[in-house]
Design a protein around this ligand. Sequence first.
Ligand code: FEO
Length: 163
Amino acid sequence: MISDKMQKALNDQINAELFSSYLYLSMAAYFEAENWSGFAAWMKVQSGEEYGHAMKFFKYINDVDGKVTLAAIEKPKAEWKSPQEAFEEAHKHELFITDCINKLVTLAIQENDYATNLMLNYFVNEQVEEVANAVQIANKFKHIGDNKSSLFFLDRELGMRVK
Ligand code: FEO
C-alpha cells in the first residue's frame, strides 16, 4: 500500500521524467537540424534513458497496488544558442531532477514508507551518475571554447554513446 500523498508525488515524478525525455529529444532535434549528429545521438540515448526512468516509477506504483495517472507534458524549449548552451541546460536540469528525487526521499521517510525509500535508492545513485556525466561534458565544452576542430572531435566522441 502507498499513501495518497506518496502516490501523487511519484506520479508527478513520472511526469518530470517524461519531460526530461522530451527535453532531451528536443535537444536532439536541435542538434540534428544543426548537423551535429554525434550530439544528437547522445541526446537520443539520454531521452530513452529518461523514458526508462519514468517506466520504473510506473511499474513501482503498480507493484504497490497504486494507480498511475498521467498528466500533460510541458512543451520543451526548441532552440539553443550553441551546443554548449544546450549541454549546460542539461546539466542544470539534472540538478533539478536530483532535487526532485531528494524531496521524494524526504517524503518517504516522513511517511514511514520503507519500500518507496528503498526503491528511491536506485534513483539517488542514478542521479549521482547523471550529474557527473553532465558536469564532465559541460567542462569539456568550457575547455574547448571556440576551437571548431575540438568541437567536431567532441561531437564524434559523444556520438559513440550506445547506452
Ligand atoms: Fe531521470 Fe536524468 O534523470
